[in-house]
Each structure stands twice: as C-alpha cells, then as structure tokens.
Design a protein around this ligand. Structure first.
Ligand SMILES: [Zn+2]
Length: 95
C-alpha cells in the first residue's frame, strides 16, 4: 500500500475517533477522552504515526521515543534523545 493511502486512512480514522469521543463526552458528562484507556492510547499512537509519516514525506528529521512512541521535531530533543512526554533521555545521543 502506498504511504499516502496509509496517511489518508490514518487521518480519517483519527477524525472518526475524535468525533465519536466528542459524542460520548456530550452524552456522558463523566467521560474524559484522556482517561478512556485503550481509546486514548489509539488516538495518541495514531497522532504520532501521522506526524511521522508527514515528516518523512517532507524529508524532515525527528526523534521518536522508543518507550512511549511520542514524536519530537525539536533539534535539541533529536540531538540528546530527549522525550518531553517521558521527561527522560530515552533515545540515543547523536554525536
Ligand atoms: Zn517517551
């Protein structure tokens, strides 16, 4: 499958989950997307995958945390392997 098709599918799924979570939050005042466990994990991983594919398409360099899969485009994060989500140096240090 072409990368552009994967990207398109990911974006559509991301929008669909967003829409479903908005409806859930509207219908159920006790529903918090960020506390929905597996649903939220899918949203975060999907968002990271979209960022990665878009950056790859543009030929940009980035750092993806090997622990939580969060993506950063900040030059210092890339250089030091720093993850802002884990608040830790989880990657390899680039020399
Ligand atoms: Zn991390």
């Amino acid at each position: 499958m072409k990368q552009t098709e994967v990207l398109r599918a990911l974006k559509m799924q991301h929008q669909a989950i967003d829409m479903l979570m908005a409806k859930l939050a509207e219908a159920n005042k006790g529903f918090y997307p960020s506390k929905s466990g597996a649903i939220w994990d899918a949203v975060v991983l999907g968002h990271n995958a979209i960022c990665l594919l878009e950056a790859e398409t543009r030929g940009e360099t980035m750092f993806q945390c090997p622990v939580c899969r969060t993506v950063s485009f900040h030059p210092k994060d890339i250089e030091h392997g720093y993850c802002g989500h884990c608040h830790d140096f989880t990657g390899e240090v680039k020399h």
